[in-house]
Design a binder for this molecule. Structure first.
Ligand code: GAL
Length: 333
C-alpha cells in the first residue's frame, strides 16, 4: 500500500517535472524553402490560420529556393527562443539547424522536406511532420490503373501500349524518387503495357511543366502522349495548359488525355471537376499545419503526451506522417 503510494507520488512528480520543463510556447519562426511553390504556399496559409487558433505568433521567412539565403535568415534572426518551424531548402543542412536549436534550447519542427533519422535522433526536441511518399505513389498508381482498365480507348494510336509522359519533381528530392518508383512498380506488377515516351525533372513548377510539355508537343506532335503522370499537381496543370493549345483537356470529353497529379491543390480540384484532369492524391496541408502547430504548442517534450494532444502517431524517431487520400472525379477515397 505504502509502496504504491510512494510509486504513484514519484510517477506524478516525474510527470510534473517533464511538463514543467517547457514554458508555454507563444512564438514561432517559420522558414519556407520557397513560397512560389503552390503546395507550400497553401501550407503556409494553413499554418497561419492554425497559429491564430493556437495563439502562437508566427514570423515568416521565404528562402526562394536558396539554401544560403535560408541559412543567413536563420543566423540573423534574434535569439528569442522561439520555436523553429523549418522547411529546408537542402535537407542535408538539417544537422546545422539542430546544432543551433540545441545551443539555444529551442524546439525545432522540420516539415515537408525530410531530414535523416540520425539528425532527428540527435536531439530530444527535434520533430518532423510530413507524409509517406511511397503511399502517394501507390495511391496515384491505383487511380491510374483503374482509369486504364475502364478506358480501353486510352490507347489512341492503337499500338498496344500506353504512351506515358512522366513529369518528375525536383532532382535529389526524396519524394520525387519514392513517388516515381512506387508508380512504376505498380504499373509493372499489374502488367500494364506501357512505354515512357518523355520524362523530365520539372521542379514541382507549373511553368516548367508547361514549357516541357509544349516543347515535346512542338517537336513530336500529340500522338505519343496518351497519359500524363506527374509527381505533383502544379506541373500537371502546366502540362494541361500546353495540351489546351492542341484543343485537348478543354471540356470536350472526346478530346481528353488523362492526367494524374499529387497534392489536391484547389486548382487541381477545379480541373478535375471540369473534366480536364483525372485524379490526384490529397497531400493534407491542413492536417500537417495542425500537427506542426500542435507540437509547437505542446508544453511537454514527451512524445506520448504530444501524440495524445495532436491525435497522430509519432514514431520513435519523432516523425509524424499524415495519411494521403485518393481524389478522382468520383470523389475521395
Ligand atoms: C511535396 C509536394 C510538392 C512540393 C514539394 C516541395 O510534398 O507534393 O508539390 O511542394 O513537396 O518540397
Amino acid at each position: 500500500m505504502r509502496f504504491t503510494h510512494i510509486f504513484t507520488l514519484s510517477v506524478l512528480s516525474a510527470t510534473m517535472m517533464a511538463n514543467a520543463v517547457l514554458a508555454k510556447q507563444t512564438e514561432a519562426d517559420v522558414y519556407y524553402y520557397d513560397l512560389s511553390d503552390q503546395f507550400v504556399a497553401n501550407l503556409a496559409n494553413c499554418i497561419k490560420a492554425e497559429s491564430l487558433r493556437k495563439g502562437i505568433k508566427v514570423k515568416e521567412f521565404n528562402a526562394a529556393g536558396d539554401q544560403l539565403t535560408q541559412s543567413t535568415q536563420m543566423e540573423e534572426d534574434p535569439k528569442t527562443g522561439a520555436t523553429l518551424l523549418v522547411n529546408l531548402v537542402d535537407p542535408a543542412q538539417a544537422d546545422q539547424v539542430v546544432e543551433k536549436a540545441k545551443k539555444n534550447s529551442q524546439r525545432v519542427i522540420f516539415f515537408n522536406r525530410e531530414p535523416s533519422s540520425t539528425v532527428l535522433e540527435s536531439y530530444d526536441d527535434a520533430w518532423y511532420v510530413g507524409a509517406d511518399p511511397v503511399q502517394a505513389g501507390d495511391y496515384q498508381a491505383e487511380l491510374v490503373i483503374d482509369y486504364i482498365r475502364t478506358h480501353p480507348e486510352i490507347d489512341r494510336n492503337k499500338d498496344g501500349k500506353i504512351s506515358i509522359v512522366f513529369l518528375k519533381g525536383e532532382k535529389n528530392h526524396q519524394e520525387t524518387a519514392s513517388r516515381t518508383q512506387a508508380v512504376i512498380r505498380e504499373l509493372e506488377q499489374n502488367k500494364i503495357a506501357y512505354e515512357i515516351t518523355f520524362e523530365s525533372y520539372t521542379n514541382w513548377s507549373f511553368n516548367q511543366g508547361y514549357d516541357y510539355m509544349a516543347a515535346q508537343l512542338t517537336q513530336k506532335g500529340i500522338d505519343k502522349t496518351e497519359l500524363l503522370i506527374g509527381n505533383n499537381d502544379s506541373l500537371i496543370l502546366g502540362a494541361i495548359q500546353a495540351l489546351a493549345d492542341y484543343g485537348y483537356n478543354q471540356g470536350n470529353p472526346q478530346k481528353v488525355i488523362p492526367a494524374f497529379g499529387i497534392d489536391a491543390i484547389p486548382e487541381a480540384l477545379t480541373a478535375i471537376t471540369a473534366g480536364n484532369m483525372s485524379g490526384t492524391v490529397l497531400n493534407d496541408a491542413s492536417a500537417m499545419a495542425k500537427a506542426i502547430l500542435g507540437i509547437a504548442a505542446a508544453e511537454s517534450k514527451d512524445p506520448e503526451e504530444i501524440e495524445k494532444s495532436i491525435g497522430y502517431f509519432i514514431s520513435d524517431d519523432h516523425r509524424v506522417l499524415i495519411p494521403y487520400i485518393k481524389v478522382s472525379h468520383r470523389g475521395t477515397k
